[in-house]
Design a protein around this ligand. Structure first.
Ligand code: SF4
Ligand code: SF4
Length: 352
């Protein structure tokens, strides 16, 4: 464990502020499934402690939502510590089946979903007609390509009008590996090479996980924006009608709290219809429960967190809108009383 993470562990005064906020502790109730407990487990790992099922259940149930990191009065960084402890264990060959599966599928197939089909088939034949070089490139992501191909196609149809292109050979951004302790260097190198070849100065993504990986974890600093940021600046150039709807908005943790993208999605919503905020929102927004490998490794915990988040939907809204395919997937798993939309779905409804 490096000096930064060790200092973080030593900064922790066990005050428990984070414990009362951690969405996993909220539904699980074990001390070891709170950030305070995870800091103690991570300290043990740094001292050579071995991993058993209890250690995995502590470290691997963190969604990496960042709420603890934002509120820690001592300035500790539990998420970095937890991710690093996972990495230390993976280096020792200690990981769960879920971690092993994410890693092998991502490295062997270019996506953690295990899909063997052509990644960019959502584009149809139009790929051949797209420019290989452009100032902006759209990074579709694994969920976008394989689980929401129609939405991805429609998103790109809008972006294309503004001169955006795609990478010739995109693979997983590496986020699922970064968050669960494995090394995504091969995936990152592939994408960096593609980005260089595209000549783009900015990468656009519709996924919060891709956003934070590309922006914060890649070895080269790059301009990365969310599709909502790109389109919020171009609303005047789009033919948008007002809709008689009221929606609420779920801030994806890795877009909002971790990267400060709060206003662009709200600007798009505000140009279309009324917005009523969820009980916790913006920096204090509660997690959907899917991130950090938790949906894959601990689906029951992930579902319980989703249901807890859904309790914060205001009573009289027509839709729950979000801006990340992973959040959307897990919020839908919680069976909300209203439909769940991506911000692009809402935009398209207003574009007729
Ligand atoms: S809030 Fe910070 S200092 Fe307090 S227990 Fe959590 S990590 Fe430790
Ligand atoms: S990042 Fe979120 S889930 Fe993980 S320990 Fe902190 S508050 Fe809990």
């Amino acid at each position: 464990m490096n000096g930064y993470n060790m200092r973080s562990i030593l900064k922790c005064v066990r005050c428990g502020t984070c414990r009362s906020l951690c969405p996993v502790f909220d539904v699980v109730g074990w001390e070891s499934a709170s950030s305070r407990g995870r800091m103690l487990v991570a300290h043990g790992i740094s001292q050579g402690m071995d991993a058993d099922e209890g250690v995995f259940k502590s470290l691997n149930t963190c969604t990496t939502c960042g709420l603890c990191e934002q509120t820690c009065p001592s300035g500790a960084s539990p998420v970095k510590v937890i991710e690093n402890a996972r990495h230390q264990l993976v280096l020792r060959g200690k990981m769960t089946d879920a971690q092993r599966s994410l890693r092998s599928e991502a490295l062997e197939k270019g996506n953690p979903l295990g899909e063997a089909t052509e990644r960019m088939s959502w584009l149809g034949d139009s790929k051949k007609h797209l420019p290989q070089k452009a100032d902006y490139v759209f990074f579709a992501g694994c969920l976008g390509s394989y689980r929401y191909p129609e939405l991805t196609k429609r998103t790109f149809e809008i972006l294309k009008k503004f001169g955006v292109t795609v990478l010739q050979d995109e693979v997983c951004c590496g986020s699922p590996l970064l968050r669960t302790g494995s090394d995504p260097s091969d995936l990152i190198s592939n994408n960096l090479e593609q980005i260089k070849q595209s000549g783009a100065h900015t990468i656009i993504t519709g996924c919060a996980g891709c956003y934070t990986a590309l922006k914060n974890d890649y070895p080269e600093k790059m301009s990365v924006i969310h599709v909502s940021e790109f389109l919020a600046e171009r609303l005047a150039e789009m033919d948008i009608s007002k809709l008689d709807l009221k929606v609420t908005y779920h801030d994806p943790c890795h877009l909002g709290r971790c990267n400060g993208v709060f206003d662009a999605p709200r600007q798009i919503i505000g140009s279309i219809c009324d917005l009523e905020e969820m009980k916790s929102n913006r920096e204090k927004s509660k997690c959907c429960g899917a991130g950090g490998g938790v949906l894959k490794g601990y689906p029951d915990i992930s579902l319980a967190i989703s249901k807890s988040r859904l309790e914060e939907i205001p009573k009289d809204v027509d839709y729950l809108v979000t801006a990340c395919p992973l959040c959307r997937t897990n919020l839908k798993r919680g069976n909300p009383a209203v439909g769940v939309l991506d911000i692009i779905d809402l935009l398209e409804m207003a574009m007729g």
